[in-house]
Structures are given as structure tokens and as C-alpha cells.
Ligand binder design. Sequence first.
Ligand SMILES: [Zn+2]
Ligand SMILES: [Zn+2]
Length: 242
Amino acid sequence: MDTADLAAPEAVTLAPAPTPPAVRVDVQPVAKGIWWLAGSGNHRSIVFEFDDHLVLFEAPVNEARTKAVIDAARALSAKPLTHAIVSHHHFDHSGGLRVAVAEGLTIVTHRDNEAFFKDLVSRPHTIAPDALAKNPKPMTLELVDDTLTLKDDAMEVQLYHLLDNLREGTNLFAYVPRERMLVHADLYDSTWLQHLWGENVLQNIERRKLRVDRHVPVHGAIEPFADMVKNIKTKTSVQEGV
Ligand SMILES: [Zn+2]
Ligand SMILES: [Zn+2]
């Protein structure tokens, strides 16, 4: 074999580009003015309806997923979708950042994500121009240090920085006091076999004095909070786990 010849074989160069899997967004109401946008994949977004605008929680994975989610959110109401809360920098949560900016959404995130997010939106996409390359826009950021409350007569969403978590240093989670609902990314997933930072998550909820009845996650299923606590307590260590 001639290892100097790295040309792709004809079967590859002549083959049509693979079609990306179809993106499906299933919209599920979870409370008054709150929808869970699930469907294909295991990365959900949440929509909050305020008096005169909508706010999205999470711009996940890539342009296709996040654009589909933005379109689904806009179909829910005549109110404009104005903000996207991006919980943290991991790609499955921020991969849709550029299309969210191109769609004119203000990005709400933790201050420590600022430099990375600015870098992401400043990159030229010349080989395969994406939504932001085709429609360049400056990013408007609303940065959160410890907490931020978004509130009007219709909705209140409190955002909290997840503290002292070794894996999720810049993670923001949300709490809806009226529903006692925790909305979060990567804090917990019912399908995980171990919850290595689960105790930290429970400590954060206690520290913020939140009374949670139900959690609505980006990954995994919606569950009563009691089930989440039980899973964390019983699957924290290898010995106690599966
Ligand atoms: Zn993460
Ligand atoms: Zn994740």
C-alpha cells in the first residue's frame, strides 16, 4: 500500500453528500406558559411565555436542531421570541449559538462563558457558510454572575449559577417559583447509571432555598423531584449503583 497517496477513492469522491437525519421537534406543554420542546435526539429546549415575549432555554447541538426549535417556539405564540438562555458552553447546549444570534435573540448566559461565546460567533464559516455567516449580526449578551430573575405579570424565571460543581463550572439553571419547577441541563438525567455530582446539585437547590416539585431537563425525562432525589441518593457511588 502506498501510504503517500492519501487521495480519497472515487467511491467516496463521487458519492452524494450524506443527508443529515431529520430533526423532529415535539412540543409538549408542561405548565401554563411553559413548553418542553423534545422530539428527535436527547437534548430538549424549554420555552417560557412572558407578557409580551417568549424566552427559550437552550440552543442545543447544531444549527439544524436550534433553528427547528426556534421555529417551533415562534409557532406557539404571536409574541416575539427575544432571548435564548444558553445554560453553558458544552456543545450539546451551545452548538446552536450562532443561529440564535443570526435569528436576533439576546443570549443570556453565565459571565464566564463570555469569552468563549464571543470567539464562537466571531469565527468565519467560509467552507460551509452557516446562518450567521449568511446573515452576520453582532451578539447581544446578557451576562449573569450569581443570579438573575426574569419577571413580569405572566412569568417569573429565576436563574442561578450552579456553585462549586467541578464539572459544570459555568452552568446556569432555572427555577420557576409558581410551578416549583427546576429547569436544567446536565445537573441530572434519569437514565444515568451514576450521579457523580448529584449531591452537589442537591446542595445547590438547598443553598438557594428552592422548593422543587418537578424537574424539566434538557436531557432525559421529566420527573417528580422526589424521584430525582431518590435516584441521586441510590446511584451516587459505584458500590451503591447498578
Ligand atoms: Zn455540560
Ligand atoms: Zn449535556
